[in-house]
Design a protein around this ligand. Structure first.
Ligand SMILES: [Zn+2]
Length: 442
């Protein structure tokens, strides 16, 4: 397949911008990038698609998501008992919601979330799943939805002690079953790791068990880390000055572990994450929505942390998350110079590195040999677009609604804004029916 006549943003080391450019896809990979006329004459048998001057760029990678949040959309929390702090938000909304999810709820929540991401240009998702209403088979259900949507997915289940030992044990079992599944399948599209809710809902015995499981399966973790003050205060009550310090006792910080948020990190904790090759994933919209505080993004970048970007279920649109990360950083530091290097590094370099490590293929760039995870964006820049200013165009000019075509591993998932992999209208109808049923049970 040859995508021709587009403006190609390679996003590789050279960060080239090719006007009238073309990308040749062979199977699951990119075979060549070059000028349209040249590639068209070189590959006369290719299935040619005319991009009509649109942007051709790498697909977006969402480093922290919760597909299970789908049915919370539209819930009105403006009541007398509206949650007034982060722990109340968890208790009254998220934990209550995940305790009521059944198998059909999980399937439709996942499928809708993945399809919406695809419509907004996301080609890879790192999901952190919880459904204590139906733990058993839940990761199989989410995997099935991921496969049907065609997206690349790295999954985990939020193990927690918040619902007692029996529920904790079923989460451990589901996680271990999933680690066996991904080991057996050895797929470039489905992977995962051990999910942990957060330090303040994890007891000594559970942390000891998951650490042994990680040793056994050579796995890493995906865990909310110092998101709200309650997490920090819990660690202090247990005798540690910080969540990272407490979890370090259990060897949670291993290469590839995804620490999410890091809003309330204490002195020396960024160094622990950095020195253990962990990722810190920033989710600015979620942090502001939950009013938990502001991650010290500049300090983390200065410390050399691998700092990535996610959406945490607030949205599925990574372009939106880029805007908020940029605004939050500039506004909180009162320094409008910040953001220009830190944010693109997070979203295009570190997220890509995380995804590459997970799926074992080259992601986040358009170059020969990289996976054909490509999006086409309907954008006519009002000013020149070149190698020096691509990020300024992405930041101020793009949003997920402008994505026209989404391709993962050479497979067209959406073309001309039409989802190709499923009957979208039919799925959307089923989702609505299922959510009505869920809201009655919630
Ligand atoms: Zn989260």
């Amino acid at each position: 397949m040859l995508l021709k006549n587009g403006t190609v943003l390679t996003n590789d080391e050279e960060n080239k911008v090719l006007e009238n450019g073309a990308v040749l896809i062979d199977g699951e990979d990119i075979k060549e990038i070059g000028e349209s006329e040249i590639l068209e004459s070189k590959y006369p048998d290719a299935d040619v698609k005319d991009m009509q001057g649109k942007l051709i760029m790498p697909g977006m990678i969402n480093a922290h998501m919760h597909i299970y949040s789908t049915f919370a959309r539209g819930m009105d929390l403006k009541t007398d008992s509206a949650p007034s702090n982060f722990v109340e938000i968890l208790e009254k909304l998220w934990w209550r919601l995940d305790n009521h999810l059944n198998a059909d709820d999980i399937y439709y929540s996942a499928l809708y979330s993945f399809l919406t991401g695809i419509k907004q240009g996301t080609t890879t998702v790192f999901d952190h799943h919880a459904s204590y209403g139906q733990t058993k088979y839940s990761l199989d259900i989410v995997s099935k939805a991921a496969e049907e949507s065609g997206i690349r997915a790295d999954l985990s289940y939020e193990i927690s002690d918040r619902n007692g030992d029996l529920m904790r044990d079923s989460a451990l079992k589901e996680s271990e079953k999933f680690l066996n599944k991904i080991r057996e399948e050895n797929s470039n599209y489905l992977n995962g790791r051990i999910g942990l809710h957060a330090s303040f809902t994890l007891e000594h015995e559970t942390l000891t068990k998951v650490s042994e499981m990680a040793d056994q399966y050579n796995s890493s973790f995906h865990i909310h880390t110092a998101e709200g003050r309650a997490d920090l205060e819990d660690s202090r009550l247990r005798g540690y000055n910080g969540v990272v310090k407490r979890l370090d006792e259990y060897n949670i910080w291993r290469p590839g572990t995804i620490a999410v948020h890091g809003v309330h990190l204490q002195e020396g904790e960024m160094e622990i994450l950095r020195d253990n090759d962990c990722y810190l994933i920033h989710n600015p919209e979620s942090n502001m929505n939950n009013a938990v505080g502001i991650t010290s993004v500049k300090e983390a970048a200065d410390q050399g942390l691998m700092l990535g970007l996610g959406t945490d279920g607030y949205t599925t649109d990574m372009f939106e998350s880029i805007k908020f990360a940029d605004l939050m950083l500039k506004h909180s530091t009162q320094d409008p110079r910040l953001g220009w290097s830190i944010i693109p590094e997070m979203v295009f370099k570190t997220n890509a590195k995380l995804a590459e490590e997970s799926f074992g293929v080259k992601l986040g760039v358009l170059k020969e040999g990289a996976a054909a995870d490509i999006i086409v964006v309907d954008y006519s820049p009002p000013t020149k677009l070149n190698a020096e200013n691509t990020y300024a165009h992405i930041l101020f000019g793009l949003n997920g609604g402008m994505v026209d075509t989404t391709i993962v591993g050479g497979n067209i998932l959406m073309e001309n804004r039409e989802v190709q992999v499923v009957d979208y209208e039919k799925i959307a109808h089923e989702v609505r029916k299922q959510s009505d049923d869920f809201w009655r049970r919630f």
